[in-house]
Design a binder for this molecule. Structure first.
Ligand code: SF4
Ligand code: ZN
Length: 375
């Protein structure tokens, strides 16, 4: 069957309909509808750290929901969560998924923390029925588990936060800010809110004694490696002042997203692992001073769709970054060596000195003429 885009008889009304065509392909819809709506997308355990600094085991529960309202209206350029959602999920489905998650983990046996991720905003009523939100908030509170949920900044409204904190006081609300820069939020990420809105959300979260976790995205699309490094060092220092925890997520290319298209067109390369090491080295002092917990987790690190180097040194560099997240010792990086470091270093220098829009790294260049025409 052909793409609906090609079969249109009238022109699309919005650019959004052109750019977002893949999620409406019959194959995408069929895949989404094949999910069992009574089972969570995934449940797994990881080592974590509680707000008081003590180590613990955390359960991560990723549910199949109706997904983020922002995605269905427009959506962030890198977000592939729509691949895991169904728009016909009911409250009964969600209750079954939650029961299934408890069954899989034997009522979160041995866990002190649970992260409940809904591919959108946990306490948004259009996405998730209020009654189900209440079940999760109440039960995790009764089980003595520290709860982490995710939200968009503009949905952290006064009435909602007051309700959340009355049922599960002190839980963590993680906001995907991605960049501490309004132009990047608007033109690179299409985030749907700006810094003013994020600051307002942080203020309200503090007022209700909820913990603030902030996600930053390392190397959004339409940005060179050199710019990504310079900006991220600055962003992490800025947001650490307002957050209890910052998680820096190097771009990991999710299927059927805008970044995926750029990548397939050789116009985007996920970040180098060397850039992550350099960012950590340059921001280490300020982060330590701020007292904020900062984690860098290269999802799919070493793979072509995740942050990677030359292929030979990737495993070792990913391991050092992960060790650093626990030890906070810069020494973790002192023995790392590879020939590819000079290639990366040349790329950073030329990105910083030459205004080439997508950067100067050869692996991400598409048509040479198009690159030269770029402002
Ligand atoms: S707000 Fe979050 S869930 Fe929604 S489109 Fe953006 S990244 Fe995806
Ligand atoms: Zn290498």
């Amino acid at each position: 069957m052909g793409a609906p885009l090609l079969k249109r008889t009238s022109p699309p009304r919005r650019l959004h309909e052109l750019v977002k065509a893949p999620e409406n392909l019959p194959s995408s819809v069929e895949r989404r509808e094949s999910w069992d709506a009574s089972k969570p997308a995934t449940v797994y355990l990881t080592p974590e750290v509680l707000p008081n600094g003590s180590p613990c085991t955390a359960a991560t529960v990723i549910l199949r929901t109706r997904g983020c309202t922002w995605w269905w209206k427009s959506g962030c350029t890198f977000c592939g969560y729509f691949n895991d959602v169904r728009d016909d999920v009911t409250i009964d489905n969600l209750q079954s998924q939650w029961i299934e998650a408890k069954k899989i983990t034997n009522d979160f046996e041995g866990c002190k923390m649970v992260k409940v991720y809904t591919s959108g905003t946990f306490f948004e009523d259009e996405e998730n029925p209020t009654q189900w939100q209440e079940t999760v908030l109440r039960e995790t509170r009764e089980m003595g588990l520290h709860l982490v949920v995710e939200a968009q900044a503009h949905l952290c409204r006064e009435d909602k936060l007051s309700w959340v904190s009355s049922i599960h006081p002190g839980c963590t609300v993680a906001i995907g800010l991605e960049a501490y820069d309004d132009a990047v939020l608007r033109f690179h990420v299409n985030k749907g809110f700006n810094l003013k809105v994020w600051h307002g959300a942080v203020e309200r979260l503090r007022k209700h004694n909820l913990r603030v976790k902030t996600y930053l995205l390392f190397k959004p699309p339409f940005m060179s490696e050199g710019d990504a490094l310079t900006h991220s060092v600055n962003w992490v220092k800025q947001v650490a002042r307002f957050s209890d925890e910052v998680s820096i997520n190097p771009m990991n290319i999710q299927k059927k997203t805008i970044v995926d298209r750029l990548h397939r067109n050789r116009e985007y390369r996920p970040p180098w692992l060397w850039s992550l090491v350099k960012m950590i080295q340059e921001s280490h002092h300020d982060i330590t001073e701020s007292g904020c917990r900062v984690i860098v987790h290269p999802t799919a690190g070493g793979k072509v769709r995740g942050a990677h180097n030359c292929g030979k040194c990737d495993k070792e560099v990913v391991a050092a970054i992960e060790r650093y997240s626990v030890s906070k010792e810069l020494d973790e990086f002192s023995s790392l060596r590879c020939d590819c470091k000079s290639v990366w270093s040349d790329e950073i220098s030329s990105d910083i000195s030459s205004p080439v829009q997508f950067g100067t790294g050869m692996t991400r260049r598409g048509n040479v003429l198009r690159s030269l025409h770029a402002p």
